[in-house]
Design a protein around this ligand. Structure first.
Ligand SMILES: [Mn+2]
Length: 185
């Protein structure tokens, strides 16, 4: 499994309000969070989310998101998505709240949707999506600082780090923090 990650802060900010986390193993947990707004307080919310994920990584995706929502309720809150990849079973699960988007170029159609809401305020029932993976599948997770007009197919031939860098360069919005994470199975 190869992972490429690119991120940068909103123009005029020195810290990025988006964060990502990869807890790698036979089962890998990937998290991305976008703190509301931008700047230090957005980052603080996103880091608080990451901390909760690290400490509860063994829980179901729904439980992690629900628990995080209580744990970070004193922060601004975040949009967040979790992806759990099991390389032995060749499966992937996804759950998200708010504007973190996921696309794939894959054998099975993979197009999960996040529920609306903010992790850190009250969230509705989280929906988990489960998929089978195939070797070569390409998975993309990005914050809303990346334009949703991007077509992942256009980048698929690139090595994953170049892919993440190129997507950020071509589709990053200057007025928002932007993060792009690409995984090739
Ligand atoms: Mn954003």
């Amino acid at each position: 499994m190869d992972i490429g990650i690119a991120e940068r802060p909103c123009q005029g900010e020195t810290v990025c309000g988006d964060t990502h986390l990869v807890i790698a193993g036979e089962v890998t947990l990937v998290a991305m969070a976008d703190g509301l707004g931008h700047g230090p307080q957005a980052r603080e919310a996103a880091l608080a989310f990451n901390k909760h994920v690290e400490e509860h990584a063994h829980e179901s995706l729904e439980d992690i998101l629900r628990g995080a929502s209580s744990a970070i309720s004193k922060t601004r809150g975040v949009a967040a998505a979790l992806m759990r990849i099991d390389q032995r079973a060749m499966t992937m699960s996804f759950a998200g709240v708010g504007n973190i988007d996921m696309y794939a170029v894959s054998r099975e159609r993979i197009r999960p949707v996040s529920i609306p809401g903010i992790v850190g305020s009250r969230i509705r029932k989280v929906r988990q999506f489960d998929y089978d993976l195939a070797v070569g599948d390409l998975l993309l997770l990005h914050s809303d600082g990346i334009s949703s007009r991007l077509i992942l197919e256009d980048f698929r031939k690139l090595p994953v780090q170049e892919m993440a860098d190129e997507i950020l360069l071509q589709h990053g919005k200057y007025h928002d923090d932007a993060t792009c994470l690409v995984i090739r199975i």
